[in-house]
Design a protein around this ligand. Structure first.
Ligand code: GDP
Ligand code: GDP
Length: 440
């Protein structure tokens, strides 16, 4: 399977970039909010086309409204999106002729040498398609008329994009011969990511090898831990080294997303004193959606005034506030004092192992019989739902296929129930489970 390709939508203001972005990512809501004060638009989201997951970056909010200021700033903003992208979707407004801004952007895009598709937007009906001829002078191929607003020809556009991406050329996921566990530490600025990273590397007295010369978006450090190979993916150190000031958070969210996609297990750090922020929750949702192992690490535990029940109260509060975290390990550590640091890698390793586990079809169906007998699925639309069979169809992440008479009628609450039951019964603590319901 190819890695998720990323496409960046680049163009002048008001050509319709965010309209297209919203259309493409509509089914799966954008996951990360942009840095406050820059724009409230969501800047990147997920979509799927012909079964291939694609990340879409909208540069919309980053290009100044004033088109006259077509200067270094614009280039810099576009540059950042473009650096992240495997393909540029250059968008122009088909209701106007090319402007100086279009020409300057086109020039810039040519210089990047990246694959590009030119979309002439606002061609809402057939007659307007002739507008594409106005844009041949930009020297791009192919040039396609689309309408972001109505969705007209956007499917054709996506087909062309996938073809142009030539997915066979993209890096492949690591094969099965790579047995090392990839762990990413994520969290808000100042939560203690770098401190934890350093503590882990010191504590474990490990052989540390920075992996040099990679073009990755984050820094990998490999270490040996009790004879096992672990790769720590650092998103914090890199951010600190970055010279870019105004778009640090934007950049780091895209990086964080990519780092998560490359990991087996993600450690989500939260500050014991500050608790969860909105960003923490979207990161947790993202980790679960990507099917990665998750360990919640509450750091700066040394700053919390404690009695004997503090920890269990925290445990309860966490699940109250964020029910999705039920079934995931919580650790309370101090990166500063080293308290419980040794638990971090052992817990992560354990979750990584569980994520690769396979449950036999026999055990699953015995489980199904008893579970369904105890709690039958509620009727949907007055129809009685009968689940006949379940089997695991994928591992790392685990996917379970349930075969039944009315797959579309299963209530979302019952889906959650099955997932939690599966996790409890087969000890998948820390592992997001995917359930698919199929007709039989
Ligand atoms: P952005 O600044 O490039 O992100 O542009 P927006 O997506 O905000 O769109 C700018 C304006 O163009 C909005 O009023 C949209 O409704 C309009 N627009 C976007 N796409 C189309 C389209 O395909 N056809 C028409 N007629 N208008 C569009
Ligand atoms: P990052 O931005 O997430 O990489 O956070 P840092 O590792 O740079 O830590 C931010 C600040 O929090 C620094 O001043 C650290 O010394 C402090 N810090 C990190 N972990 C702890 C901890 O467990 N306890 C306390 N009291 N301070 C911590």
């Amino acid at each position: 399977m190819p890695k998720h390709p990323t496409i960046a939508i680049v163009g002048r203001p008001n050509v319709g970039k965010s309209t297209l972005f919203n259309r493409l990512t509509r089914s799966r809501k954008a996951v990360v909010d942009a840095q406050e004060g820059v724009t409230r638009d969501r800047i990147y989201g997920q979509m799927e086309w012909r079964g291939i997951p694609v990340t879409v970056v909208d540069t919309g909010g980053y290009i100044p409204e004033d088109t006259d200021i077509f200067n270094a700033a614009v280039r810099r903003h576009a540059r950042m999106a473009v650096d992240e992208a495997d393909l540029i979707l250059f968008m122009v407004d088909g209701r106007t002729e090319p402007t100086a801004g279009d020409l300057a952007l086109a020039q810039f895009i040519h210089e990047t040498g990246k694959p590009v598709v030119l979309a002439v937007n606002k061609c809402d009906y057939l007659k307007l398609d002739n507008q594409v001829y106005l844009y041949y002078e930009l020297g791009m191929d192919p040039v396609l008329p689309i309408s972001s607003l109505s969705g007209r020809a956007t499917g054709d556009l996506l087909d062309v994009i996938l073809e142009k991406l030539d997915l066979s050329q993209l890096p492949e996921d690591e094969g099965p011969e790579d047995t090392s566990l990839k762990i990413t530490i994520v969290g808000m600025p100042n939560v203690g990511k770098s401190s934890l990273m350093n503590a882990l590397l010191q504590k474990e007295q490990s052989i540390v090898t920075p992996i040099a010369g990679t073009t990755r978006d984050s820094i990998d450090t490999s270490l040996r831990w009790y004879g096992k190979d672990i790769i720590l993916i650092d998103t914090a150190g890199l951010r600190k080294r970055s010279k870019v000031t105004d778009n640090i958070e934007y950049f780091s969210t895209v990086r964080t997303h990519k780092a998560i996609q490359r990991s087996d297990v993600v450690l989500v750090l939260v500050d014991a004193e500050k608790g969860f922020g909105k960003q923490d929750k979207s990161i947790i949702d993202l980790v679960i959606k990507e099917g990665k192992g998750l360990v919640l690490v509450v750091n700066k535990w040394d700053l919390v005034e404690k009695d004997t029940s503090t920890m269990s109260r925290f445990d309860r509060d966490i699940v109250d506030e964020f029910p999705a975290l039920k079934g995931y390990p919580h650790l309370y550590i101090s990166a500063k004092s080293g308290q419980r640091i040794s638990r971090v890698l052992s817990t992560a390793w354990n979750v990584g192992e569980l994520r690769r586990k396979t449950v036999s079809t026999r055990d699953l169906n015995i489980w199904l019989q008893t579970t369904v007998a105890q709690y039958p699925p509620p009727a949907g639309n007055g129809k009685q739902i009968k689940i006949k069979f379940v089997s695991q169809v994928h591992r790392a992440p685990p996917i379970f296929a349930f075969f039944m008479n009315y797959p579309k009628l299963v209530a979302s609450g019952y889906r959650r129930f099955l997932e939690n039951r599966l996790r409890d019964s087969f000890r998948f603590e820390g592992v997001p489970l995917k359930l698919t319901f199929r007709k039989k």
